[in-house]
Design a protein around this ligand. Structure first.
Ligand code: FAD
Ligand code: SF4
Length: 463
């Protein structure tokens, strides 16, 4: 008999007044008993609507049934059949708009905590798995460009099929946004590292500090030893507002600020990474998840006040409700219906404040959201010593400018056949943010997996 409690078992979290001073993980994870209680809420529906909400088709009712039976290793193995990075997805997937949005229990209460259970199974089995057996080589070679979730998933899927796979990664660390963007307190880096270690153990070779388009081009990879190339280079180029003062010392893009904190470990005292720390106030411009991550990092770096400046109201904010809630609990102050018009100079080339105007909501625009309209003469100044622009990103132009015949759209995203993920250039496939623009981890993984299947289908035709 299912547990008919209407609400999910709450996730234990660090106290807000403690966690806003450290970079330890905020959500602590379910205990064995909590996980079993939550698993009992699953109705094991025959048509499994939740599975259709997952971009990689995790066999959700089956893994939850194994948790109910106490077979956590079995549950983890079941998830791994379709999802290469369960510990990551259990933490960062926007489950409320994916698998959990389809859960029947959500009609009269809260859906089953699918992501929380996935995380529980992955954490329970952390470090216990045996190294996967390497598949017998099939003699074909594939190059993957970019070691983010799209590239890593494509590489893992192909290695399982016997391909010799080399991943070329521009950075000195593999993982893409999982390591340089999403902060430690939402996704501990040791978890990402363990998932990447497992891929390497399965035979994937990762070449770091290898910028494709500079050290080697896609045309050279294809003309050389590789039978196909998958491009998973993400969308790492930040947008700015184009307002006065954006070149001042103390203005960062969110990507740069988060990279300094996550990848260059600015949050650790023993690292002398240059970054704004302690005292002063910080303005983060934007209302998405990236803005929330930057603001929550700024709080932890000891800033006096941290403001989110967003030109619409809270109802239009693209950030996950849970992230907004956590940010508020940690002391982030929200300046809504507010738009920056100028960053102010302290006279020495450094930021001293941000001038804003008040906004009001007008008619809906093409996105369906009511568009913000400036209230004339409502200018005011917020004194800050740093400004972080979190306004979205687009793909870096390097790949498209160095690859012959690779078609991109007006946003600079690679155009692919959606069935196969093959681009306009034969045997060059692409997926993830490089194709969609900034999206989600699991969509990038789904694309990597789809491309691997299509590469296999095409290359086996010639085996
Ligand atoms: P990326 O993760 O961007 O990886 C691309 C990789 O390619 C990088 O490692 C890059 O260095 C490398 N590369 C680029 N150019 C080259 C080149 N020329 N040669 C070699 N290598 C190259 N999504 C969620 O689902 N949940 C979240 O909570 C979430 N939070 C986010 C928070 C932040 C701060 C950011 C920035 C994004 C967040 N996202 C989140 C979005 C998610 O991280 C991305 O959609 C996802 O990482 C895209 O994966 P990808 O593999 O396409 O690209
Ligand atoms: Fe849900 Fe993400 Fe897990 Fe799929 S991978 S079941 S969308 S949490």
């Amino acid at each position: 008999m299912a547990n008919m409690t209407p609400n999910k078992c709450p996730m234990p979290v660090q106290d807000p007044d403690v966690r806003n001073k450290n970079f330890e993980e905020v959500a602590l994870g379910y205990t064995f008993e909590m996980a079993q209680g939550e698993a009992e809420r699953c109705l094991n529906c025959k048509n499994s609507p939740c599975v259709s909400g997952c971009p990689v088709g995790v066999r959700i009712p089956e893994f939850i049934a194994l948790i109910k039976q106490g077979d956590i290793e079995g549950a983890y193995a079941k998830i791994k059949e379709t999802n290469a990075l369960p510990a990551v997805c259990g933490r960062v997937c926007p489950q409320e708009s994916q698998c959990e949005s389809k859960c029947v229990r959500g009609i009269k209460g809260e859906p089953v905590g699918i992501g929380r259970l996935e995380r529980f199974a992955a954490d329970y089995c952390f470090g216990k798995g045996e190294a996967p057996a390497k598949a017998a080589p099939n003699g074909k070679k594939v190059a993957v460009v970019g070691a983010g979730p799209a590239g890593l998933t494509c590489a893992g899927s192909l290695a399982k099929l016997g391909y010799s796979v080399t991943v070329f990664e521009a950075s000195h660390v593999a993982g893409g946004v999982l390591v340089y963007g999403i902060p430690q307190f939402r996704l501990p880096k040791e978890i990402v590292k363990a998932e990447i270690d497992a891929l390497e153990a399965a035979g994937v070779e990762i070449k770091l500090n290898a910028v494709v388009g500079r050290a080697v081009t896609i045309d050279e990879l294809l003309g050389g030893e590789y039978d196909a190339v998958f491009v998973g280079t993400g969308a790492g180029l930040p947008k700015f507002m184009g307002i006065e003062g954006e070149a001042l010392n103390g203005v960062y893009s969110a990507n740069e600020y988060l990279t300094r904190i996550n990848l260059m470990k600015a949050y650790k005292e023993e690292y002398d990474t240059p970054i704004k720390r302690g005292g002063g106030s910080v303005a983060v411009v934007g209302g998405g998840n990236v803005a929330m991550d930057a603001a929550r990092c700024a709080v932890r770096m000891g800033s006096e006040h941290v403001y989110i400046i967003y030109r619409r109201s809270e109802a239009e904010m693209p950030a996950r409700v849970e992230e907004v809630h956590h940010a508020k609990e940690e002391g982030v102050e929200f300046k809504l219906l507010t738009n920056p018009v100028r960053v102010l100079d302290d006279g020495n080339g450094c930021v001293s404040g941000i001038e804003c105007v008040e906004m009001e909501l007008g008619e809906p625009d093409e996105s369906g959201r009511r568009s913000p309209v400036e209230k004339k003469g409502s200018n005011f100044v917020i004194p800050v010593s740093a400004v972080i622009m979190a306004l979205g990103t687009t793909p870096n132009p390097l790949i498209r400018s160095t690859t012959e015949g690779l078609e991109t759209n007006r946003r600079g995203c690679i155009i692919v056949n959606e069935e196969t993920m093959e681009s306009s250039k034969p045997n060059v496939y692409a997926g993830g943010d490089a194709v969609t623009g900034a999206a989600t981890v699991i969509l990038a993984m789904g694309a990597g997996k789809k491309a691997a299947a299509a590469i296999h289908a095409k290359l086996t035709a010639t085996l």
